[in-house]
Each structure stands twice: as C-alpha cells, then as structure tokens.
Design a protein around this ligand. Structure first.
Ligand SMILES: Cc1cc2nc3c(=O)[nH]c(=O)nc-3n(C[C@H](O)[C@H](O)[C@H](O)COP(=O)(O)O)c2cc1C
Length: 256
C-alpha cells in the first residue's frame, strides 16, 4: 500500500503535557448547560465573552481549515434587527449578547494558504507529507467547480475506485461543502456554549430565524451559511422552560 498522510505517522518529535482534569466539574458544565430562553439582563464581561469565543475556535475541525466565522453583534441597531430576524424569540430579545455562527464553504483555499504560511515560518521541520496534504490533497478534495461539475466527475471516479479500495466518497458537490463546513462550525458552537457555562453564563442555540435577513444585516458573503444564532447571558429564574428530556439511551447508543 502506498504511504500517505492517512496510513503512516509523519516523522515528528512533538509532545504535550497532559493536564489533570476534574471530571466532576466537566459533568457539571455539561449537565447545567440548558437552553435558556429568558436572560436576566446581567451583562457578560467583555473579557469573558472574548475568552469563550477563543475557546470556540479551539474546536476540532476538518483538515484544520477552520471553515467558520462568529459574528459577535455589538451594534445596537444591528442587534435589534437581528432580534427581529430571530423571530423576536425571547432567547434573542433578552440576551446580553448575540453571536451568529457561520459556516464558510469556500474559505478553505485561503485558509490552506495560511496553513502553508504557518509551516513556512515555523522553526520545526514540517514533514513533506503534511505540506503535500495542504498543497495537493486539500485542493483535490474540496474543489467542486461551477455547478459541482468537477465534483460530479470526482463522484464517478471515486465510486469506481471504491469498488476495490476504501475511498472517501465526499465532498463531491457544493452542497457537500456546506455540510462539510457546517460540521466544524457546529462543533465550535458547542464549545462556545460550554465555555459560557463554565464561566457561569448561559446560552440558547437558535435556528428559528430568517437567514436571508441575517445575511443582509451582516452583509455576509455568498458562501456563508448561518448554522445557529447563540443568545447568551445569565439565566432568569424562569429562563428554563422545563426539566431536561432525553429518550432511552438504547435508542441512540449502539454497541456493535
Ligand atoms: C440546531 C438547534 C436549533 C435550535 N433552535 C432553537 C430555537 O430557535 N429556539 C429555541 O428556543 N431553542 C432552540 N434550540 C434549543 C433546543 O430546543 C434544545 O437544545 C433542546 O430542546 C434540548 O434542550 P437543552 O438544550 O436544554 O438540553 C435549538 C437547538 C439546536 C441544537
């Protein structure tokens, strides 16, 4: 089998110290994160908001191409327009802060170049397979062409190759690229909500919004796809509408 970045470990001598984690604190963050629909007006200190956004950016993401953007809407005019675009949900109108989480399906090219720049400036020796990954595999994997024409060609080639060899089948269309970017953006959005909770603040993820209106308010580029709007603040005593409901775990956890 030919050696690729997927089946061989690149030569490196990097290691990181693993910190001790208190699982009880982590459980508390997960358990106490609830969708809060009414906030009590307490502001979120700017430095906490900034740290939560920085923690969001540490989420795992596809090829480390970071296909996301977080619009922290501060302008009072834009904020009130955004509340309306969020259908005037109380989770938006009472939020101390509103963050629009956006997946970008076409920033991969510029971000791959940033990555190559980071490698070029690094003192460490970057394995050639890693550089090749960003120079060759990334463009091959993520270029779909006008009307996904290249993607369709790739779909054909990959399905023939896949008859004999394990082969990644996606992304092979512009809509696959939206899904591709959305996965990473959603992970970062969850980081943001958990980070807010860790700092004793709350959030509500929203997809009940008018995407066209938000695109206009924020003047978003054509490849921007709004994944969620996050309302953030401190919960009101009546801000959680009821106890958490989750179905039987065996509906979802499959041991195979
Ligand atoms: C993608 C997504 C979209 C959501 N949209 C809304 C929304 O528009 N308004 C709202 O009040 N809650 C919204 N929610 C919150 C869910 O209703 C909530 O997560 C679910 O009921 C589980 O409750 P919990 O978050 O308290 O565990 C959304 C959640 C997700 C993940």
């Amino acid at each position: 089998m030919a050696e690729t970045i997927f089946n061989s470990v690149p030569k490196h001598n990097y290691s990181e110290q693993e910190p001790t984690i208190n699982p009880e604190e982590f459980r508390k963050v997960i358990h106490s994160r609830r969708s809060v629909r009414l906030f009590n007006g307490t502001p979120i200190p700017e430095e906490i908001m900034n740290e939560c956004l920085d923690l969001a950016l540490l989420a795992p993401n596809s090829s480390n191409l970071q296909p996301w953007e977080f619009y922290w809407v501060k302008s009072p005019d834009k904020k009130s327009e955004l509340v309306k675009a969020c259908l005037s949900q109380p989770a938006a109108s009472t939020a101390a802060e509103l963050i629009v989480c956006v997946a970008r399906s076409k920033t991969w090219k510029q971000n791959a170049n940033i990555m190559l720049d980071v490698f070029a400036k690094s003192n460490a020796k970057i394995p050639s397979s890693v550089i090749d990954y960003y120079k060759k595999i990334v463009p091959l994997a993520y270029t779909q062409g006008y009307f996904s024409i290249l993607g369709t060609l790739k779909r054909l080639i990959l399905s023939v190759r896949g008859l004999k060899t394990p082969t990644p089948r996606n992304p092979v269309s512009n809509s696959d690229m939206i899904l591709w970017a959305t996965k990473s953006c959603a992970l970062a959005t969850e980081n943001l909500m958990l980070a807010l909770r860790a700092f004793s603040f709350d959030s509500c993820p929203m997809e009940g919004f008018d995407a066209n209106r938000i695109e206009k308010i924020l003047d978003l580029p054509p490849d921007a796809h709004i994944v969620m709007v996050i309302g953030a603040g401190k919960r009101s005593p009546n801000g959680i509408y009821g106890p958490r409901i989750r179905f039987e775990r065996n509906l979802f956890i499959k041991e195979v």
